[in-house]
Design a protein around this ligand. Structure first.
Ligand code: HSE
Length: 305
């Protein structure tokens, strides 16, 4: 038989949570179907289809994520191939965790297919390493959210052990997706422009805000969560310069009642936080109206996935 798994889009960082925090949302999803065929132990992508198939390349992240999972768990399928069919519903290159969603769906599907029964942190690790194929360096924030849903925190201890935590958050989002081409290795570029070093006082302020954001999310205090989403001093000020309509759209969203607005992942998409569908709808409309300086690819209302 075959196993089919869905993984939702996600927004990493949420302001001060660079490479640590992400939230999964129902805006978009990928699906991966896996099956075993007689073969020689290969992982093969049979087809990539769906609205964003042509922009997604050969779904290398999904394939590599599965290879990592087999390696980490020491699984041998030597007289079989693992065949993947990838549905690409998450637009790539927008900061919406597209490659992470494929990787997440793929490792989860293979875990179920082969009855591997591994921990969440092993799935996240495998999917994150697979994602490195697309982003240039592994990061685990998007894959954690896509795999587990909700608001997720990823953290490595000093020995390199990965910890993953998930927080249930009942929230609505308006996602503003501009049509800006920053090239194929967009995440890589958007990481290269960031400072290598940060002063201790800025770092301390920033992690205080991240801690406060997480505490707010745990209490269901969306107002405080949204406020803290807008307080990053390290990454957002630099990346926002690459989004031409950033100031205008953020202002419009706040005027329409957004509790917070920030760059989604490495951008250029923006994510606004709201507490109801009505608010999210109004915010999405305001963001759409405000944008005069770039073409809009999509605007979505979503809920925490
Ligand atoms: N945390 C990563 C970044 C996510 O902001 O570069 C990229 O998808």
């Amino acid at each position: 038989g075959s196993v089919r798994v869905r993984a939702y889009s996600s927004s990493a960082n949420l302001g001060p949570g660079f490479d640590v925090l992400a939230v999964a949302h129902t805006a978009y999803y990928d699906e991966v179907e896996v099956r075993l065929e007689p073969g020689t132990g290969q992982v093969v992508v049979e087809s990539v289809y769906g609205p964003y198939a042509s922009q997604a390349g050969r779904a290398d992240t999904a394939r590599r994520a599965v290879e990592e999972l087999l390696k980490i768990t020491g699984t041998d399928v030597s007289n079989h191939d693992i065949v993947l069919r990838v549905y690409k519903g998450v637009p790539p290159g927008r900061g919406l965790g597209s490659s992470g969603a494929s990787a997440a769906a793929a490792v989860k599907a293979v875990e179920l297919l082969l009855d591997l029964n591994v921990s969440d942190s092993i799935l996240v690790k495998a999917a994150g390493r697979g994602e490195a194929a697309a982003a240039g360096s592994p990061h685990y924030d998007n894959v954690a959210a896509s795999l587990l849903g909700g608001l997720t925190i990823v953290s490595f201890d000093k020995d390199g052990q990965l910890y993953v935590s998930r927080i249930e958050v009942d929230a609505w989002f308006a996602l503003f997706v501009p049509k800006i081409e920053i090239g194929s290795s967009k995440t890589k570029l958007m990481r290269e422009i960031l400072p290598r070093q940060v002063s201790l006082d800025i770092a301390a302020r920033n992690w205080g805000r991240l801690a406060m954001l997480i505490a707010a999310a745990m209490r269901g205090d969306l107002r405080l969560m949204g406020h803290m989403m807008m307080q990053d001093e390290i990454v957002e000020p630099i990346r926002s310069r690459y989004i031409p309509c950033y100031d205008t759209v953020v202002e419009a969203a706040l005027e329409a009642g957004a509790l917070g607005v920030t760059i989604s992942g490495a951008g250029p998409a923006l994510i606004a936080l709201a507490s109801s569908r009505e608010d999210a709808t109004r915010i999405a409309e305001a963001m759409t109206r405000s944008c005069k300086c770039c073409e809009i690819e999509d605007v979505k209302i979503a809920q925490t996935a």
